[in-house]
Design a protein around this ligand. Structure first.
Ligand SMILES: [Zn+2]
Length: 180
């Protein structure tokens, strides 16, 4: 009886240790992944001077479909040569490449040549027009992380919101105060 009981506890202990170890490995793996969201080779070969980061929103509702492919269509309809932003941050916090960094963006009149344009999916209320900072926690974390990584590549460059250069609400929050 005693040996059966001991065996039972040994098995429970082993499962516990295995679960703990797996948990630690998954956490480590995840952290490694999020630290390397940008391809450093691409950053080095950008071929133009980067002096600033400009944050935008897509002016879509939180519930609305928003992908790099859709934005590419919207921007082509506006006569741009494809998506104007360099990075798009989805509602789940994932980062997606838009226009290559080597190419001047089409996101902020007069400020495109030396900037990087980042847009998060969202920025308006469910009525489709009222500006609203509806960024998810995941988006907030990713914006912060992406800025930090870009600053590692390009120095401590300032961050602005689109509204600092135009009479617009975009990106529906004070990016300048938040990120500098
Ligand atoms: Zn904008």
């Amino acid at each position: 009886m005693a040996s059966t009981s001991n065996r039972k506890w040994m098995i429970i202990g082993a499962i516990g240790i295995a679960a703990l170890t797996t948990g630690i490995i998954i956490t480590r793996k995840y952290k490694t992944q999020i630290m390397n969201i940008l391809d450093r080779t691409k950053l080095a070969l950008v071929g133009r001077t980067i002096n600033k980061i400009i944050i935008h929103c897509t002016a879509t509702r939180a519930s609305q479909d928003c992908t790099v492919q859709l934005i590419d269509q919207w921007h082509r309809q506006r006569g741009f040569d494809g998506i104007g932003y360099h990075y798009v941050i989805y509602r789940d916090g994932s980062v997606h490449e838009g226009r290559p960094l080597s190419k001047v963006g089409a996101h902020c009149v007069g400020q495109n040549s030396d900037s990087i344009g980042i847009s998060y999916c969202g920025g308006v209320a469910e009525d489709g027009t009222t500006p609203q900072d509806n960024r998810t926690d995941a988006q907030k974390a990713t914006i912060k992380r992406l800025i930090a990584e870009l600053r590692q590549a390009y120095g401590n460059i300032p961050v602005y919101g689109h509204r600092d250069f135009a009479n617009k609400a975009c990106p529906s929050y004070d990016a300048k105060a938040t990120h500098n």
